[in-house]
Design a protein around this ligand. Structure first.
Ligand SMILES: C[S@@+](CC[C@H](N)C(=O)[O-])C[C@H]1O[C@@H](n2cnc3c(N)ncnc32)[C@H](O)[C@@H]1O
Length: 269
């Protein structure tokens, strides 16, 4: 059952938001075109996010927000994408936005002549994959998405010869460079394709902004607090080095959107 707040509940929800939150909520709602045959926010998403929060607690931060999902769906439309590869699926929210947008592009939920689904989702955890599959059924996109369980580093190698207009990298941050290089070296990106990389300006990175690369042990982090104390500086270092690697890569053109927790957009040149 989708989350359908009463007017009073909606007011209470809004009162809880900060001004940034309000702007985001407004922008998100103002982006939805009800005239589209499949709404920009897939109807099952609010319930999925609520359930993820109930079942996974604070790990809900891993799910893309509705607004980010809308933006990523927009790219699917812009590129007239027919295929999407996702690395890191969790309970399935970003994948549902992608698959929904593929539907709007007229993609049929069936495998191609080589037996490949329109969307491939790589997820390490059997438990999350199971939840995601259940959520795909509810969102009526299960026949669009082939969830492959296991280490994405391994599963990526099985995609040789396939092409995707969009590759979304959202798994373990330590492997971002590996995923990025592998996607480019295996030529998984279709012509004019887009790599979207999530969390590239996450809190973990902030202490390293303006630090030299490679980062030496004596670098003093900026006096910027983490919003989640359990996150480690090591993760920030890895992400910062990844960002430096990407922006100095002559194979690609890159722009980071300082929105959400940072999204990097990459195209081949
Ligand atoms: C940030 S979450 C993904 C969120 C998801 N894209 C969404 O918006 O709902 C990262 C996911 O990557 C998965 N992951 C971590 N390491 C992985 C690996 N080596 N291979 C595949 N998936 C991995 C985690 O289990 C987790 O579900």
């Amino acid at each position: 059952m989708p989350y359908q707040p009463t007017v009073n509940q909606k007011r209470k929800d809004i009162e809880k938001l900060s001004s940034d939150g309000l702007r985001l909520a407004y922008a998100s709602e103002a982006s939805i075109n009800p005239g589209l045959s499949v709404a920009s926010i897939p109807p099952s998403i609010p319930a999925l996010l609520q359930e993820t929060e109930e079942q996974q607690g604070e790990l809900i931060y891993m799910s893309v927000s509705q607004y980010q999902g809308i933006l990523q769906g927009f790219f699917v439309g812009l590129l007239r994408a027919k295929r999407v590869l996702e690395i890191g699926t969790f309970t399935g929210s970003s994948a549902i936005f992608f698959a929904n947008a593929l539907k709007r592009n007229g993609v049929k939920g069936q495998d191609d002549a080589n037996g490949n689904a329109p969307m491939i989702a790589l997820e390490l955890s059997e438990e999350y994959a199971k939840i995601a599959r259940k959520n795909f059924v509810r969102a009526e996109v299960d026949i669009f998405i082939d969830v492959r369980v296991g280490d994405a580093r391994e599963n990526l190698t099985k995609l040789a010869g396939q092409k995707f207009e969009i590759v979304f990298i959202d798994a373990d941050k330590n492997s971002y460079k590996h995923y990025y290089d592998t996607v480019i070296e295996m030529e998984l990106l279709a012509e004019n394709g887009l790599i979207i990389i999530d969390n590239t300006a996450f809190d973990w990175v902030t202490p390293y902004i303006r630090a030299p690369v490679p980062i030496t042990k004596d670098v003093k982090p900026l006096d910027v607090p983490f919003s989640r104390p359990q996150w480690t500086r090591e993760q920030g270092k890895v992400l910062h080095e990844f960002n430096e690697y990407v922006r100095n890569d002559p194979r690609t053109e890159v722009v980071m959107l300082p929105m959400f927790t940072g999204i990097t957009l990459v195209r081949l040149v």
